[in-house]
Design a protein around this ligand. Structure first.
Ligand code: F6R
Length: 606
């Protein structure tokens, strides 16, 4: 939800801190702030707006310091105001705190502190933390003891960090459920919500686990248990991503860059060691019932998986939106939950997995971010290796997960002897063609998609329609349109239209229909039938299809023709096209593509 960054070194760290929160802006960007130390004590600078704007307006880099913490916020408790922006300080000004997560008992704690005479300047849940630190420090005169006592009072999730004038050479941080890690270099020790906070400076990271806290100074770091106070020996992990892959590389937006990176990310997914996907197949085979779980885009990825695995392996693995999982799924020791998550930090997905574990179920996940909470929670994890996905809107990570679910479906079909080795290899070879085809289509059709998107960018209502596996294509494509262009787009099974929605067809409702290749005969015919229903009511239809030009001349109002491909990869190619259509609509509407409103890259609250 928010991004935390920290740095302590021999010389000025202001620039490193600035880069840290700027690289974390995809986690939240409505306001930001820093706390530094100078000869007079703590200095707090904060305001609403994005990181660059804040640093420029407040001339923050003018303030030199060897130690500091910073925060970029995505508001959950309290409006977007300067007062609610982090860091938040204690009444005596001796503690400055940044926090990511939600303190669920904060109302109760505010009342308690108010009775002790503390005054609150913000509406946030976070402000109880600096006041408690002050309160407990006054009793023990020991910062670590005050931290342990404060954390004991907090319910909910947090990654928190603070600096204090009582120990001005050290940064303190602690974690429960929200992500936090240290970056270790000789000259500077870093702190971040994830690797992006310090990847430009060091690839050596220490992942802080739940119930741990750390104290970092210029030339040392210690990690301890919040409960026992005992020091914990933590291994240094090497980050495999490079900082170049986190940059825009000449593209105007990360979203466009990441759409264009899909040939590589699909290749990476296909190069993942076979034993990892075999392990998932083993778990599915051993379990009575497997559920596919994700939320937002990854729920739609789960829906792709549901159709693909049902079609290929004749096995029905229900896809459930993680936020509904506890209410819906019937879990016991014989169950297995396969979660999909780009960030590996999503609260709803973590909650579903924890619930499944508490019922004795087996768990597995396909995750992009190494060291993330989900990857450490599950019994088996597949790292999809898509590299950093910086744009808040998910594109390349989702497609890679769909490819991996297809591989799992094929392996399951082979295991169940529904297909032989030859057929298995043939289908894997078809998947291997996907990167080259995406590359060619992006090269050849981008201009045309741009033109169409610009022609129709003022359309206010889109229906996205597909049948079978093209239904999740419609759902995910509509989500792209909603979240990046803020345009109403509704994904729906095409067969559902005639049960009511057709009544809405008029000159203001535009439809996009994902037409399967002809070889998928029944689905193809049924989809054309739905198009006829719209056209009979003079509705507009943009068809995304694989027929040669002029084949169904009068059927479409507008058409986007793709080269003929196998039914296995056809829906995946259409998804890429729809991502691009949403992107160009958003640029025509002058939206903030990489940082769309009301969405954060990893939603770590419930
Ligand atoms: C869509 C989007 C969100 C995420 C969802 C799950 O573009 O970004 O819908 O897909 O919040 O996030 P992860 O995959 O990180 O668990």
């Amino acid at each position: 939800m928010c991004g935390i960054s920290g740095a302590v070194g021999l010389n000025d760290i202001s620039q490193a801190l600035y880069e840290g929160i700027r690289n974390l802006e995809y986690r939240g960007y409505d306001s930001c702030g820093v706390a530094l130390v100078n000869s007079k004590g703590l200095v707090l600078k904060k305001n609403i707006g994005g990181v660059e704007e804040f640093y420029r307006k407040e001339n923050v880099l003018r303030h030199k310091s060897r130690i500091g913490i910073a925060h970029t916020r995505w508001a959950t408790h309290g409006k977007v105001t300067r007062e609610n922006t982090h860091p938040l300080s204690s009444s005596d000004g001796a503690f400055a705190v940044v926090h990511n997560g939600i303190i669920s008992n904060y109302r109760f704690l505010r009342e308690k502190l108010a009775r002790e005479g503390f005054h609150f300047k913000s509406e946030t849940d976070t402000e109880v933390i600096p006041h408690f630190l002050e309160y407990f420090y006054k009793k023990s005169k020991n910062v670590e003891a005050a931290l342990a006592k404060t954390v004991e009072a907090l319910e909910g999730s947090f990654a928190l960090a603070f600096i204090t004038s009582h120990q001005p050479d050290q940064i303190y941080c602690a974690k429960r459920e929200s992500p936090l890690m240290l970056g270790i270099s000789d000259e500077i020790k870093y702190l971040g919500s994830d690797f992006n906070a310090f990847i430009d400076h060091t690839k050596n990271a220490i992942i802080i686990d739940d119930g741990e806290y750390a104290v970092i100074s210029r030339d040392s770091y210690t990690v301890k248990s919040l409960v026992t106070g005992q020091e914990i020996d933590k291994p240094i992990q090497k980050i495999e991503w490079d900082s170049e892959s986190s940059k825009k590389g000449g593209y105007p937006h990360y979203m466009l860059k990441e759409i264009h990176e899909q040939p590589q990310t699909v290749n990476h997914a296909l190069e993942i060691p076979a034993s990892l996907t075999d392990d998932i197949v083993d778990l599915i085979v051993e379990s009575d019932q497997t559920y596919l779980v994700g939320v937002g885009t990854t729920y739609y990825v789960a829906q792709f998986g549901q159709y693909i695995i049902s079609n290929l392996a004749e096995e029905f693995l229900p896809a459930i939106s993680a936020d509904e999982f506890v209410a819906l799924a019937k879990i016991d020791k014989g169950s297995m939950v396969l979660a999909l998550s780009q960030s590996g930090e999503t609260y709803d997905t973590l909650t579903a997995l924890k619930y499944a574990k508490s019922k004795g179920a087996k768990t597995a996940a396909i995750v992009n971010v190494m060291g993330s909470s989900i990857s450490r929670l599950v019994d088996k994890v597949v790292f999809q290796g898509s590299g950093p996905e910086i744009c808040v809107i998910s594109t390349k990570a989702a497609l890679s997960q769909i490819v991996l679910l297809t591989v799992i479906g094929l392996k399951l079909a082979l295991r169940k002897k529904l297909i032989g080795k030859k057929e298995f290899q043939k289908q894997i070879d078809q998947l291997k063609e996907l990167p080259e085809i995406i590359h060619a289509v992006l090269n050849e059709r981008s201009g045309f998609i741009h033109r169409i998107a610009h022609q129709y960018y003022k359309v206010k209502h889109w229906l996205y329609l597909g049948r079978g596996v093209y239904y999740p294509v419609a759902l995910e494509s509509a989500l792209k349109m909603k979240e990046v262009a803020y345009v109403h787009a509704e994904g729906m099974p095409a067969g559902f239209l005639k049960h009511g929605t057709l009544a809405m067809i008029d000159q203001d409702i535009y439809s996009i229909v994902f037409v399967p290749p002809r070889e998928d005969k029944e689905l193809y015919q049924a989809t054309l039938h739905s198009i006829e229903e719209i056209r009979a009511r003079s509705g507009f239809v943009l068809g995304i299809h694989f027929d040669e030009r002029g084949k169904n001349k009068d059927l479409f109002s507008e058409e986007l023709i793709l080269p003929p491909v196998s039914p296995l990869i056809a829906p995946l190619l259409q998804l890429v096209i729809a991502q691009l259509f949403a992107y160009f609509t958003a640029t025509s509407l002058k939206r903030d593509v990489d940082k769309p409103r009301s969405l954060a890259k990893s939603v770590t609250v419930g």
